[in-house]
Design a protein around this ligand. Structure first.
Ligand code: PHE
Length: 443
């Protein structure tokens, strides 16, 4: 492999990259956030806008990010530095900081999933109210949340310590296929439930009267989060890729897998919700408060509950490792740290920051750090990062570089369409989301 420079890691092949990048994209965003947001936002109309956003915004940005990484073979800061002198490396720096912030609260939610897996193994039983209280008690207890946050961070650090091929790739190759299998089994089960037809029409029959500006913004923001965009995550994973990989096909595959998994997660959850006549509008507690109560009543619910929370943990783990790898790659490339020193330093920083989100008593004014970090990342730095990346790729990366990085079959028409999207259309859309989100945040 001619591209190997120094001690930088590389994927063993295309499949390794695709699984790892899909592993990053497929996470709590698909199985926890997508269903509850669809529930809150009235179903099909939200799903439709989400799909359109993925096509117009998600895919072009993803391809730009992977190209920047693969072309430069560098960490986010090094990548921008080597493409253009000036302050552009700040885009990479903002991405790195954002991944640290995201992982710090992501790990707390992932920790809750481990707690629910543990509860599921002992079986959800008792009154509906007592099952619902599992989540409120967990959320209220900083100590318990911190404990599970610790367990999750230990797993993430353990995997990232193994490196690109023998840690990240190896674990994605185990966890992702397992995730697919569990999800398919759960889907088949859910489709046999009485609530399945109602669930399918809720998800796939858009009611256009439900579309509001807020729903459009939420769908766009969700598209960003779920595809891991705007934080140079795809730059980092792309930098471990060889020149012989086909970027448009890779982008299409990763996006299709991510979208499919989000939709299937909806097909798993909503039939359960509708079978028991529960309102789908529960919000963030949908899978932690509502589902366990239903699992306790369902035939086979014991096994289904264990499978579901295992799935959630696997999904969170493959995204968690990608979030940590962004800062690890920076420390290795720019600061010349060994992988061990880089992983431990970044891991410990994230771990400590995570306590702020684990303890709901720690607040600024009335807002918890969990909310501050979540809003800061998803509403500000992710869209801003995405906007800057698409503008940078559209205006500053030469056509020659783009041509060199795309396969011949992509044709000059494909290149022109993509270039037009990342120069004008995608930034315009992201700009609108960004301003609207900022407006929402301030007022
Ligand atoms: N895409 C992940 C999810 O859906 C979250 C994530 C965001 C991961 C940004 C990496 C970078 O859960």
């Amino acid at each position: 492999m001619a591209m190997i420079k120094g001690s930088r890691g590389h994927w063993s092949g295309k499949m390794g990259f695709i699984l790892a990048a899909a592993g990053s994209a497929i996470g709590l965003g698909n199985i926890w956030k997508f269903p509850y947001m669809t529930g809150v936002s009235g179903g099909g109309a939200f799903v439709l806008i989400y799909l359109v956003s993925i096509l117009i915004i998600g895919m072009p940005i993803m391809m730009a990010e992977i190209m920047i990484g693969r072309h430069t073979q560098k960490d986010p800061i090094g990548a921008f530095k080597s493409l253009k002198s000036g302050p552009y490396w700040l885009i990479g720096a903002m991405g790195i900081l954002t991944t640290i912030i995201i992982l710090s609260f992501y790990s707390v939610v992932a920790g809750w999933s481990i707690h629910f897996l543990y509860e599921a193994i002992f079986g959800f039983s008792g009154s509906d109210a007592s099952i619902q209280n599992i989540f409120s008690n967990l959320y209220a207890s900083g100590l318990k949340s911190s404990l599970w946050h610790t367990v999750f961070m230990l797993m993430v650090v353990g995997i990232v310590l193994g490196g690109v091929k023998n840690g990240i790739e190896k674990w994605n190759k185990i966890l992702m296929p397992s995730l697919f299998i569990i999800l398919i089994i759960l889907m088949i089960y859910s489709l046999t439930l009485d609530g399945a037809p109602k669930a399918l029409s809720f998800l796939f029959k858009p009611d256009f009267s439900k579309i509001t500006p807020q729903i459009v913004l939420d769908a766009l923001g969700q598209a960003f989060f779920t595809l891991s965009l705007g934080v140079c995550m795809m730059v980092t994973y792309g930098s471990y890729l060889n020149k012989d990989s086909n970027l448009p096909t890779a982008t299409l595959t990763i996006t299709a897998l991510d979208t499919m998994i989000a939709l299937i997660a909806g097909i798993v959850i909503f039939p359960i919700v509708f079978t028991f006549n529960v309102e789908p509008t529960q919000g963030p507690g949908l899978i932690f408060c509502t589902l366990p109560v239903l699992f306790a009543k369902m035939p086979g619910g014991y096994i289904i509950a264990i499978a579901f929370f295992t799935l959630l943990l696997f999904a969170a783990l493959t995204s968690g490792i990608s979030l940590l790898e962004v800062s690890v790659s920076y420390l290795i490339d720019e600061k010349k740290f060994s992988r061990k020193k880089a992983t431990l330093s970044a891991g410990i920083a994230v771990y400590i920051l995570g306590f702020l989100s684990a303890w709901p008593e720690i607040k600024i004014g009335k807002t918890t750090f969990f909310d501050i970090f979540d809003k800061l990342a998803t509403n500000i730095t992710m869209p801003l990062g995405g906007l800057l990346i698409t503008l940078f790729a559209g205006w500053f990366i030469s056509k020659q570089i783009k041509q060199d990085n795309l396969p011949k079959v992509f044709s000059s028409l494909g290149l022109d369409i993509w270039n037009f999207l990342i120069k004008y259309i995608t930034p315009a859309f992201v700009f609108i989301i960004f301003i609207a989100k900022l407006y929402e945040l301030i007022f």
